[in-house]
Write a protein that binds this ligand. Structure first.
Ligand code: AHG
Ligand code: MN
Ligand code: MN
Length: 352
C-alpha cells in the first residue's frame, strides 16, 4: 500500500478536512477562506519587496479616522476586496480603509451569504521601518437574506462571527484563524507558495509574563491601569514579576507573540483617545474570538468584547486581550482604582 512520505498539510487541504465543522456552509466558508489566503500571498509579496519599488510613503489620502494612508494600505485593501468580490460568497466588506461599506452587487455576489470586516494592513506605521505588519479579518453570516447587504449585516455582535483570523507578515509569514473550533496557525513556505500547518490547536498560556502597552501614554491612562502597570513592574519573584514589556506597535504582531508565549495586550482609554483607539469590528472582535478560542480572554476592561453591540462600523473600543489570568488581574486594578464614570459607554452619539 502506498504511504505518502510527507506529513505536510496545506491550508487548502486543512480547510477541506475541516469542512465538516460547518455543515450548513456547503463549502462557501471554505472558499472565502481560500480567497483571503490568496490575497494574503499577494500582499505578502508586496510587503516583502516594499523597499525595492516605489510603493513606500504616503499615498496622499487620509482614511476616515484622519490618519494618513500608506500606499501599501491602499494596495492591501484593493487586493482583499478584489479577491472577495471575485469569489462570489461575500456580499460586501467593511474595511478600515473605506468610509462606507462596500457592496458587491453583481449577479454572482449580491446573494452571497457572508460579509467580511477587515483591517487590510494593521501596524501600517511600521511599514517604512521593516517591522512586522498584518491583516485582520472577520466573517459573519449576513442577516438579510438576499439582495444587496445592508449595514446591519456588519453591525453584529462579535459572538456572531463565524470565522476570524489574521496574517502576520513577519520574519516568516503566518496565517492564524478560527472557525469556532480551536485556533490553527499556518506558515507560508515561499518555495512552494503555500501556507502549511505549523501551529495546530494553538492555546494561549493561562498566565504569562509579557505586558504590551504603549507606555508613552502612561500619564493619560486611567488610574487603575497606571496601578496595574506599576504592579507588572513590581519586584515579586513569586509571581514572576517584574514582567517583560514588549510593544511592537502592530496589534497583530503583539497579539501573535502573546498568543504563543502568554501575555496581555492593552490599549486602554486615554485622555486623547477617550473611546480607546482600536476598532471594534476590524481589530477587537476578531482578536477576541481568536483569544477565546485559544483559551484566553478579551474585554473592554468591564465587559467581554464579543458582547458589545456595534453601532458604527468604525467604532472604537478599549482592548484588554490575552492570557486569562492577566486580563482578570488588569480588570481588578481597573475596577478598584478607576472612576466608574470612565467606564466605556456605547450609545449612538458617543461611539466615535
Ligand atoms: P492601523 O495601522 O491599522 O491603523 O493600526 C494601528 C494600531 C495597532 O496595530 C497598534 O497596536 C496601535 O494602533 C498602535 O497605536 P499607538 O501607536 O498609539 O501605540
Ligand atoms: Mn489596525
Ligand atoms: Mn490598518
Amino acid at each position: 500500500m502506498y504511504r505518502p512520505s510527507r506529513n505536510l498539510v496545506t491550508l487548502g487541504e486543512f480547510i477541506i478536512e475541516r469542512q465538516a465543522d460547518f455543515p450548513y456552509a456547503k463549502g462557501e466558508l471554505s472558499s472565502l477562506l481560500s480567497d483571503i489566503s490568496i490575497a494574503a500571498k499577494i500582499v505578502n509579496r508586496e510587503v516583502n519587496k516594499a523597499g525595492l519599488v516605489n510603493i513606500l510613503g504616503e499615498a496622499g489620502t487620509d482614511n476616515i479616522q484622519g490618519e494618513s494612508q500608506k500606499k501599501l494600505d491602499v494596495f492591501a485593501n484593493e487586493q482583499f476586496l478584489a479577491a472577495l468580490a471575485s469569489g462570489g460568497e461575500c456580499a460586501g466588506v467593511a474595511s478600515e480603509e473605506n468610509d462606507d461599506i462596500i457592496l458587491f452587487d453583481n449577479h454572482s455576489t449580491v446573494n452571497g451569504k457572508y460579509v467580511v470586516c477587515m483591517d487590510p494592513l494593521d501596524g501600517s506605521s511600521n511599514i517604512d521601518v521593516n517591522v512586522s505588519v498584518g491583516t485582520i479579518f472577520s466573517i459573519y453570516r449576513r442577516k438579510t437574506k438576499n439582495g444587496p447587504a445592508t449595514v446591519e449585516d456588519f453591525l453584529q455582535h462579535g459572538s456572531d462571527q463565524v470565522a476570524a483570523g489574521y496574517i502576520v507578515y513577519g520574519s516568516s509569514t503566518m496565517l492564524v484563524y478560527t472557525t469556532g473550533n480551536g485556533v490553527n496557525g499556518f506558515t507560508l513556505d515561499p518555495s512552494i507558495g503555500e501556507f502549511c500547518l505549523s501551529h495546530p490547536e494553538m492555546r494561549i498560556p493561562k498566565k504569562g509574563n509579557i505586558y504590551s502597552v504603549n507606555q508613552g501614554n502612561f500619564i493619560h491612562f486611567p488610574e487603575g491601569i497606571k496601578k496595574y502597570i506599576k504592579n507588572c513592574q513590581a519586584d515579586d519573584k513569586a509571581n514572576n514579576k517584574p514582567y517583560t514589556l514588549r510593544y511592537i506597535g502592530s496589534l497583530v504582531s503583539d497579539f501573535h507573540r502573546n498568543l504563543i508565549k502568554g501575555g496581555i495586550y492593552i490599549y486602554p482609554t486615554t485622555l486623547n483617545s477617550p473611546k480607546g483607539k482600536l476598532r471594534l469590528i476590524y481589530e477587537a472582535n476578531p482578536m477576541a474570538m481568536i483569544a477565546e478560542q485559544a483559551g484566553g480572554k478579551a474585554t473592554d476592561g468591564y465587559k467581554d468584547i464579543l458582547e458589545i453591540k456595534p453601532l458604527d462600523i468604525h467604532q472604537r473600543v478599549p482592548l484588554y486581550v490575552g492570557s486569562e489570568s492577566m486580563v482578570n488581574e488588569s480588570m481588578k486594578f481597573l475596577h478598584e482604582f478607576s472612576d466608574e464614570n470612565m467606564q466605556p459607554q456605547y450609545n449612538a452619539k458617543s461611539v466615535n
